[in-house]
Design a protein around this ligand. Structure first.
Ligand code: NAD
Length: 425
């Protein structure tokens, strides 16, 4: 088929190009019509706002904020809000599209969105961040809504910002509306199980993939890059299921122990050490943190950041299985190298979708006015993650593609079929 704009992969890959190049391959495998391709690649709505905020010294500073709704074909759009100095509309557009595919892969009734404010939250007081968050929320009153678009935390935001958003929105419409955002504090309608949800999904999909590869978890070794929310819970839960975690890392470097790192000990150490593993005594420090990616292990879990597996190091990866806890850890150009080496990759839009799945449960509970037990949350999210894994695996075999392209195929197929039923102009 003759696409109007084949997705380019330039030397310096950016998230949008990486996403589009995979989307393009999957769309071709599916035989997606040009018309539908063009509908799905274009964001539905892009909103840019200027936010004047009074700073603590009395001056007024103007911040730029964004919200991009990539798609609301499957339902209200869902996606985090990022506070970072590098936030820009192109990045927000890419992340919004990513959310569309992620929600579709795990079959939850949401479209995809993302938001951001260009700011440096580390240099702002709590009061300044609160005023900025409330200004952003008010300026997005036409966009947000429990049936329209539901924000969540992302880099630089957390439960406190979500509480302010929910409060500002509720004041503006004159009634408490908890379901307008997810990732709220537990006392304010947050869900049990949300904190560990992403790492838990990584564990569920890793075990499912190990079964396919006939790797016995009790004889398997694993290295985890990134020891924040996703990495530490993934490591802990894999360890609980028998996997030996031989290496972990964070910004301070990588720590290695052939006999297995005690993950509870590492988490306690990090919590007492201002969130850093610096000086962790439970493993020998590796020369550079990067070495972790090239270790001879069965399973590699990149759970830190994007673009860590690239054409520069892909040839040296020795793991049999990569489970992408982070968003976009493998660059699009590295995909064929990894595939040629016969490494199975559980892609980000599947492996880390446990977080948005439990966000969906939070929204469901808020709308029901009811609270589920942690046990119910875990049981249901495990089932969703396992079903999604199986579906993607089947697509992988049916279309003879990698699991990454299989995941895009499942997602694009679902969204395009729904689009055709709903119809357009
Ligand atoms: P986090 O901030 O809690 O943790 C990030 C960790 O990575 C920290 O330990 C940090 O020190 C480490 N790190 C950063 N750069 C590194 C590097 N170059 N080498 C080694 N370690 C490095 O973040 P998080 O919430 O765990 O998110 C991690 C990744 O997972 C991101 O890509 C994020 O987009 C993705 N993700 C998170 C969630 C979620 O629910 N938190 C959901 C889906 C995807």
């Amino acid at each position: 088929m003759a696409y109007i704009e084949p997705a380019p992969i330039k030397d310096r890959e950016n998230p949008f190009e990486s996403m589009m190049s995979r989307f393009h391959i999957a769309a071709q495998a599916l035989g997606l019509e040009d018309e539908v391709y063009n509908v799905l690649k274009a964001p539905t709505k892009q909103v840019t706002v200027s936010l004047p905020v009074t700073m603590d010294d009395g001056s007024i500073k103007v911040f730029e904020g964004y919200r991009v709704i990539h798609s609301n074909i499957l339902g209200p759009s869902k996606g985090g809000v990022r506070y970072d100095i590098h936030v820009n509309i192109d990045e927000v557009k890419a992340l919004a599209a990513w959310m569309t595919w992620k929600c579709a892969v795990v079959d939850i009734p949401y479209g995809g969105a993302k938001g951001g404010i260009c700011c440096n939250p580390r240099q702002m007081s709590a009061g300044e961040i609160e005023r900025l968050t409330r200004a952003y929320t008010l300026s997005m009153m036409e966009v947000f809504g429990p049936d329209r678009d539901i924000p969540a935390p992302d880099m630089g935001t957390g439960p406190q910002e979500m509480a302010w958003m929910m409060d500002e929105y509720s004041r503006a419409i004159g009634k408490t509306t908890t379901a307008v955002v997810t990732g709220k504090p537990l006392v304010l309608g947050g869900s049990l199980g949300r904190t560990e949800a992403t790492g838990r999904g990584v564990m569920v999909t890793a075990l499912a993939a190990m079964e396919k590869l006939k790797i016995n978890p009790y004889q398997a070794t694993c290295a985890v890059q990134g020891f924040g929310n996703v990495g530490s819970f993934a490591a802990l839960l894999l360890e609980e299921r028998g996997v030996k975690i031989v290496s972990i890392s964070d910004l301070s470097g990588a720590y290695h122990n052939e006999n297995g790192i005690d993950i509870n000990e590492a988490i306690n150490y990090r919590n007492k050490n201002k969130g850093s593993l610096e000086g962790f005594p439970g493993g020998e420090k590796l020369g550079s943190g990067e070495e972790l990616l090239e270790l001879e292990v069965d399973v590699l879990v990149p759970a830190a950041m994007e673009d860590v597996i690239t054409i520069k190091n892909a040839h040296n990866i020795k793991a049999k299985l990569i489970v992408e806890g982070a968003n976009g850890p493998t660059s699009a150009k590295a995909d064929p190298i990894i595939n040629d080496k016969g490494i199975l990759v559980v892609p980000d839009i599947l492996a880390n979708a446990g977080g948005v799945t439990v966000s969906y449960f939070e929204w469901v509970q808020n709308r029901l006015g009811y609270k589920w037990t942690g046990e119910r949350v875990n049981r249901r999210s495990d089932r969703i993650m396992k079903d999604a894994f199986d579906k993607v695996y089947r697509a992988t075999q049916e279309y003879d593609v990698s699991m990454r392209i299989g995941a895009y195929i499942v997602a694009i197929d679902k969204v395009s079929k729904t689009y055709k039923f709903r119809g357009g102009f």
